[in-house]
Design a protein around this ligand. Structure first.
Ligand SMILES: [Zn+2]
Length: 270
């Protein structure tokens, strides 16, 4: 993107932020982000990434908008029910940022497409709704050395971990196994309030913005837990596990795994 009178004004408040400045803003203009899932987390993440001036955004999701999504998936309008989420999201993003390059994939993220897709972007935001896809995102990010902003949310809060391959732990270092379903009910079972997804998804966008602009300290290595009901946020430093099957010293995962090799029985947490 080239500076013009219009975008100097559009991003003027960004430019005033010392840690970002013109150099950081230009890095955002030149950056690309893939968002996995246009749901509860993806909706705010997509809008705030676009608002920040990211140059190119990809969205992958194989679902259509349902009326039960609308309590939290705020990128979709009521008249989008029945449409592909990626198409509805593209329309909303282009209405908001006509100059944005939006690439949409109305298909599931799979072992077959994940690595090639991740390589097309500078960073990945995981707004998926199931643990199998979250682990697939993790493994593909480690294999392609793309930074990944992982998160999950249910009821009033969630967790977030930024994975910077080669510079910190991955999701498997911190959560080696997918939790049993009884310990991790999904939003279709436990419920979710949309503002909680808004908080976590917007925070994911912030992580990606910091990563890509160079603002702030090196991200990664921190597990953030956000509870909006009790107004509690905890941030715990976590270390890379040298025996991790994905990012350890002798990785055993050398290509993305088929979904059944993760966990076939899991469901929605976004
Ligand atoms: Zn790891």
């Amino acid at each position: 993107m080239i500076w013009s009178g219009e975008n100097t004004l559009r991003y003027s408040r960004n430019l005033l932020v010392e840690e970002l400045g013109e150099a950081g803003q230009e890095r955002l203009f030149a950056s690309s982000v893939l968002v996995v899932g246009a749901g509860g987390l993806g909706s705010p993440a997509l809008l705030y990434l676009a608002a920040a001036g990211i140059g190119r955004i990809g969205v992958i999701d194989d679902d259509r908008v349902e009326i039960t999504n609308l309590n939290r998936q705020v990128i979709h309008r009521a008249d989008a029910v029945g449409r592909w989420k990626v198409e509805s999201a593209r329309e909303a993003l282009l209405a908001f940022r006509p100059d944005l390059a939006v690439e949409v994939y109305p298909e599931p993220l799979t072992a077959g497409n994940a690595a090639a897709l991740f390589r097309r972007y500078d960073a990945v935001v995981d707004g998926s709704d199931n643990f199998s896809t979250k682990y697939l995102c993790n493994d593909a990010a480690v294999l392609t050395r793309r930074p990944l902003v992982h998160a999950g949310v249910v009821r009033f809060g969630g967790q977030m971990l930024t994975v910077v391959p080669g510079a910190g732990p991955c999701l498997r270092c911190v959560i080696p196994r997918i939790p049993p379903r009884k310990d991790s009910p999904g939003c279709a079972e436990a419920g979710i309030l949309g503002a909680a997804a808004g908080v976590v998804g917007a925070w994911q966008a912030m992580e990606a913005i910091k990563l890509l602009s160079g603002a702030g300290p090196e991200p990664g290595g921190k597990l953030l837990t956000i509870d909006t009901l009790g107004n509690e946020v905890s941030c715990v430093s976590v270390a890379r596990d040298p025996s991790c099957p994905a990012c350890g010293d002798h990785p055993r995962i050398t290509e993305p795994l088929a979904p059944e090799e993760y966990d076939p029985g899991w469901s929605c947490i976004a």
